[in-house]
Write a protein that binds this ligand. Structure first.
Ligand SMILES: [Zn+2]
Length: 166
């Protein structure tokens, strides 16, 4: 089947996505992160006016839950992070060597949107590899982190309400 879409004002991150429904469901997490709308504890803390909300990560309680902490540092998310992150680093260094002229690379920026490092004059292969290999890995990583965080938070909430019932 020939899929033709009117790209119009679609966010550039969405353009590379295939027509696969499963993939489409994965977009929002990264779109939210890239637009600053993915709500972590540090955001909650800075929004809260009337009562105190701690910026500390609820998963590990070891540091403020910033975007950096969520994507790269939180040890509770390591299991969801390490396999994909090592793939991103392996593939990324090879691919980016072909398509980018802007060094150094900010790893978080790369994960949120690898296309920001693609030189507009880059060769076709490099661009295709970014679309077909690097970008799906980055998207998968963010989705996995989100899923794991969500599950852990749900668990923490459940324990909290169980305690308060006694
Ligand atoms: Zn943490």
């Amino acid at each position: 089947m020939d899929h033709k879409y009117n790209i119009g004002s679609v966010h550039p991150l969405a353009i590379s996505v295939s027509a696969n429904l499963k993939d489409i469901r994965k977009i929002p997490v990264r779109l939210k992160i890239s637009t600053g709308n993915y709500i972590l504890q540090t955001h909650k803390a800075s929004f809260s006016k009337n009562h105190y909300i701690s910026p500390t990560c609820k998963l590990c309680s070891k540091a403020d839950e910033t975007v950096e902490h969520f994507i790269l540092l939180c040890e509770k998310l390591e299991e969801a992070r390490i396999p994909l992150l090592s793939k991103i680093l392996d593939n990324g260094s090879l691919i980016l060597a072909k398509v980018t002229t802007s060094f150094p690379i900010d790893l978080i920026q790369l994960i949120i949107n690898p296309f920001c490092y693609v030189d507009i004059n880059a060769n076709r292969t490099g661009f295709e590899e970014t679309s077909n290999i690097l970008e799906p890995l980055c998207r998968q990583l963010l989705y996995n982190l989100h899923k794991k965080r969500y599950a852990l938070l749900a668990n923490i909430d459940k324990q909290g309400s169980r305690k308060s019932n006694f």
